[in-house]
Design a protein around this ligand. Structure first.
Ligand SMILES: *Cc1c(COP(=O)(O)O)cnc(C)c1O
Length: 436
C-alpha cells in the first residue's frame, strides 16, 4: 500500500513527532498504549507457551551439544552471559544513575547473534513436528537421535527456505544443514560476502537477488512454497521465532538472581533492545513482562533510516506501512536493523508492552562500538551497539512516569558481532574513532 500525501499530512498533524522521523532526526517516542501486565488485552500467546518453548530447548540440548561442541560447557543450552560494563559507564555515561550491564548475545554460540534464539528455535520445532508426525521420534526419547544418519536422511526429503539480509539466514542455514534439511537462503546482492561464504561452507544454498531485499523474500517464499515438502521461515510474521526469543526472559531472570539484582518499584530494570522487524525485541519484551512484571521497562532502538516498528506503532497501521511510504530510504550500515516493514505478529503484541522507542544515526552506532571496545575490550557489530546510549535517551519516559533511577539496572542487549571477520571489525572500529 502506498499512502497518499493527504494521509501523511493528517498523520503529521496528529503526531507531531512524525515530521522529525521523516526528517531523519533522532527521536524518542513514549508508547501511549503501554499497559500494566494485569491489564493487557488478550494476547495470542501466554506464559505457558514460553515455558513450553523452554522445555523444547531442553529436549534438544543433547542434540545441540553433540552437533555443536562449543555448547558443551552449557550442556547444549544456547545462552549468553550478562556482564557489568562499569568502565563504559564511567568513561562514556558519567551522568547515568544505576548500574549498566551488557546482555552478551553477540557471544551466543554457533550463530554469533541473537538469531541463535529465534532462528534455531523455529527450525528445531519444525524438525520435532516432522519427526513426531512420521513416528520416528517419541517425545520422551533422548534427542541425541537427531544427530544420527537415519534422522539426517529423513530430513533430507524436506527443504527450508528463508529470506535474509544476513544473521537470520546464517542461523537458519547452519542449523538446518546440520539436521540434514535442504536449506536455501535468499539474499540481496548487498548482503555481506563473508556471510554468504560461511553459509556455503556449512552446506546451505545461497541465492542472490538484484534490487530490493523484499524481492529476495518474495522469490524465496514462492520457490519454497512450490515444493510440497518446503517450509518457508517468515521473519515478517512468525510466532515460532517470537517464542524462541521469549525464552531469554526465563534465562535472564536466573542470571539476575545469581547476581543479587532485584526488580521492583525502587529497582527498575530498563532494557534496550535493537529492533529490526521487531521479532527479537518483541519476543524478549513479551517474556520479560510475563516473567518479571511491570517494573521492567523495554525500549526498542531503530536506525533513523529504518524506523519501521516506530512508524507502525505510532500511526497504528502496524505492518500496513513501510518506511518507504514516508520517503525514508531504509539505508543503514546496521544490517541487522535494516527493515522497512515491521513484523505483523510481533508488532501487535509490542503495541501493549514496549515502553518506548528511540532512533539513532549510523555515526552514533560506530561511536558506541568504538567506545565499548576502548572501555571494555568488547567488539560488537554496528546494529548491536545501538542500545549503548539508551541510558542517555530514556529521560522523557522515566520523568513522565516518575521512575526513579538511583537503584536502576540498565541492560543493553548486544545482539551480534562475534562472527564478524577481524578486518571488517577493524573498519567499524576505525570509523568510530575517526568520528571522535
Ligand atoms: C535480527 C537482528 C536484530 C533485530 O531483530 P528483529 O527480530 O529483526 O527485530 C538486532 N540485531 C541484530 C544483530 C540482528 O541480527
Amino acid at each position: 500500500m502506498v499512502f497518499t500525501k493527504p494521509e501523511i499530512i493528517e498523520w503529521q498533524s496528529q503526531y507531531p513527532i512524525l515530521k522529525d522521523i521523516m526528517d531523519l532526526n533522532p527521536v524518542f517516542w513514549s508508547n501511549p498504549n503501554l499497559k500494566n501486565v494485569e491489564e493487557m488485552d488478550s494476547l495470542p500467546l501466554s506464559r505457558e507457551d514460553i515455558e513450553e518453548a523452554e522445555l523444547r530447548w531442553q529436549r534438544f540440548a543433547p542434540f545441540l551439544e553433540r552437533a555443536f561442541p562449543e555448547t558443551s560447557s552449557t550442556n547444549g543450552i544456547i545462552e549468553s552471559p550478562l556482564e557489568e560494563i562499569s568502565q563504559m559507564k564511567e568513561e562514556y555515561l558519567p551522568d547515568m544513575e544505576g548500574t549498566f550491564y551488557l546482555k552478551c548475545d553477540h557471544e551466543l554460540p554457533v550463530a554469533g547473534s541473537i538469531k541463535a534464539r529465534g532462528g534455531f528455535y523455529e527450525v528445531l520445532q519444525y524438525a520435532e513436528k516432522l519427526a513426531l508426525e512420521s513416528g520416528i521420534l517419541r517425545k520422551d526419547e533422548n534427542y541425541d537421535v537427531f544427530s544420527t544418519d537415519r534422522f539426517k536422511s529423513f530430513f533430507n526429503q524436506y527443504s527450508i527456505g528463508v529470506g535474509s539480509t544476513g544473521n537470520l539466514g546464517l542461523s537458519i542455514g547452519i542449523i538446518s544443514a546440520k539436521l540434514g534439511f535442504n536449506v536455501s537462503v535468499y539474499m540481496s546482492m548487498d548482503a555481506k560476502q563473508w556471510k554468504k561464504d560461511l553459509l556455503r561452507e556449512n552446506g546451505a544454498e545461497v541465492l542472490e537477488f538484484e534490487g530490493d531485499f523484499s524481492e529476495a523474500i518474495l522469490a524465496g517464499r514462492e520457490a519454497t512454497e512450490a515444493d510440497p515438502n518446503g517450509y518457508f521461515i517468515d521473519d515478517e510474521d512468525s510466532e515460532h521465532l517470537f517464542l524462541g526469543y521469549s525464552v531469554a526472559a526465563l534465562r535472564l531472570e536466573k542470571q539476575l538472581k545469581e547476581k543479587g539484582i532485584t526488580v521492583d518499584a525502587d529497582h527498575p530494570l530498563i532494557v534496550y533492545l535493537p529492533c529490526g522487524v521487531g521479532g527479537s525485541p518483541g519476543g524478549i519484551t513479551f517474556g520479560m513482562k510475563h516473567v518479571l512484571g511491570n517494573h521492567v521497562h523495554c525500549i526498542f532502538v531503530e536506525p533513523t533510516h529504518s524506523p519501521s516498528v516506530l512508524i507502525g506503532l505510532l500511526t497504528g497501521e502496524m505492518d500496513n506501512v513501510s518506511v518507504h511510504d514516508f520517503g525514508i530510504d531504509n539505508r543503514t550500515e546496521a544490517d541487522g536493523l535494516a527493515v522497512g516493514r515491521p513484523s505483523r505478529f510481533a508488532t501487535i503484541i509490542s503495541d501493549q508492552l514496549v515502553s518506548g522507542i528511540y532512533t539513532i544515526e549510523d555515526n552514533g552506532l560506530y561511536r558506541q562500538l568504538a567506545n565499548l571496545a576502548d572501555s571494555e575490550g568488547i567488539y560488537l557489530e554496528p546494529s548491536a551497539a545501538s542500545g549503548l546510549i539508551g541510558p542517555d535517551r530514556i529521560y522523557p519516559y522515566t520523568e513522565a512516569n516518575n521512575i526513579k533511577l538511583s537503584h536502576a539496572t540498565h541492560i543493553a542487549w548486544s545482539t551480534g558481532g562475534s562472527l564478524v571477520p577481524d578486518d571488517h571489525m577493524a573498519v567499524f572500529y576505525n570509523k568510530g574513532k575517526s568520528l571522535g
